[in-house]
Design a protein around this ligand. Sequence first.
Ligand SMILES: NC(=O)c1ccc[n+]([C@@H]2O[C@H](COP(=O)([O-])OP(=O)(O)OC[C@H]3O[C@@H](n4cnc5c(N)ncnc54)[C@H](O)[C@@H]3O)[C@@H](O)[C@H]2O)c1
Length: 454
Amino acid sequence: MRVSIVGAGYVGITTGVALAYVGHEVTCLDSDERKVALLRRGVFPIYEPHLEALAALAHSRLRYTSDPNEAMSNAEVIFIAVGTPSQADGNPDLSFLRSAAMSVGDHLGDGYTVVVNKSTVPIGCGNWVESLVREAFEARNGQRPKGLFSVASNPEFLREGSALHDSLYPDRIVIGADDARALERLYALYKPVIEQTFPAPIFLPRPESLGAVPLITTDLASAELTKYASNAFLSLKISFINEIAQLAEKVGADITQIGKAIGMDARIGTRFLQAGIGWGGSCFGKDTSALIATASEYGLTMPIVSAAREVNYRQRERVIDKLLAELKILKGRAVGLLGLAFKPHTDDLRDAPALDIARRLIDRGAKVRAHDPVALDRARQDYSGLPICYTESLETLAAEADALVLVTDWPEYRNLPWSALAKLMRTPLVVDGRNFLERDVLERAGFRYLGMGR
Ligand SMILES: NC(=O)c1ccc[n+]([C@@H]2O[C@H](COP(=O)([O-])OP(=O)(O)OC[C@H]3O[C@@H](n4cnc5c(N)ncnc54)[C@H](O)[C@@H]3O)[C@@H](O)[C@H]2O)c1
């Protein structure tokens, strides 16, 4: 099937590569010409494990362009995967979605096309996109696009860091559409994924337990709300364990044992019950605030979701509290951050706790250094205004430092040369913001170890 993807960001590129791998002809369109030029040279502007390898296997079916006509006039399915970042009032900025939808209307071809909203958008955006496409088509062609296109919603659940795995082996696929023809076409598009008929790439083996992937079809509004509800639920699960972690710390309990024990109840489940400095990234913060903003349009409040946000952002300050309690004074202290990306296996720095913690430390007069296995280039490019010493060297990070803070649980941080690092530091103190390091190992290496809720 001929597929066009508008917006070649984290979602657009990974979706495009996965769909090309399972057999579709995919054109990724982006308005950022610099990004398209890189992609055409085989350079990916984002870090995502296995992206180069999977793209190489799908190479002959993948194209990149910044020309909407080239991308869309012949497409059978057009995905919109542009950003919907938060605005100050909590509502998402829909300007990229608006211009993408108008561009689709401007470049619709002669054949029936399904326009699919993959961007996370507030409830009702399916109808809005439909009207924008229709109006742009009419303005250009002087006639109504009768039966020429349908709009569907296909919320994306991939996780950065395992985006290709999640695209090839999703837990479920949700498609919202009010039109049987659109559903039929999207079923055909996803058939290889639903039935798992494609050969598994050697570097991304198919999970043994995976059978057919469930397809859930809904109306447009239900699909749109499903995405927000899903992210809100995951967010509050993390905030719940972080709230209990605060009490655990006071009473001398260990939150890692508690999380494990309550998670073994199958009704609860172990995932997203790891206490730490909380969530970050491009989705949870933005989507929970959009959910609250949407609810308020209908005269509703979302106290549970609001509390999850409050607890989450308080966690970042708790790192500062711990450092203050140990070091007493932060002015002039040197603090090294282990990790900048909001989670391991990505270079995404949107709403990254590390940057927030760095700002809070800088505001209190501390000197901040930061290390990350993949996100340093992006940090230097996007956050050059922050007075942070970005370094590839762990020795530079630790030299004469008063504390290290583990912010991102990159696997390589588990086995650092701790004894050597401790010797370089002024005060061998580590705050393990993810409860990821082994306390015994750190203490044997000479560190004072502080976790979160233990
Ligand atoms: N990143 C994730 O993990 C994730 C997961 C699920 C859902 N989502 C949702 O998917 C959407 C995209 O997220 P992302 O992280 O990929 O964003 P992103 O910022 O990485 O990528 C968006 C891309 O769209 C391009 N763009 C903007 N307007 C355009 C236009 N009119 N025409 C062509 N290209 C245009 C931008 O240049 C950019 O490259 C968001 O709504 C997000 O909430 C993201």
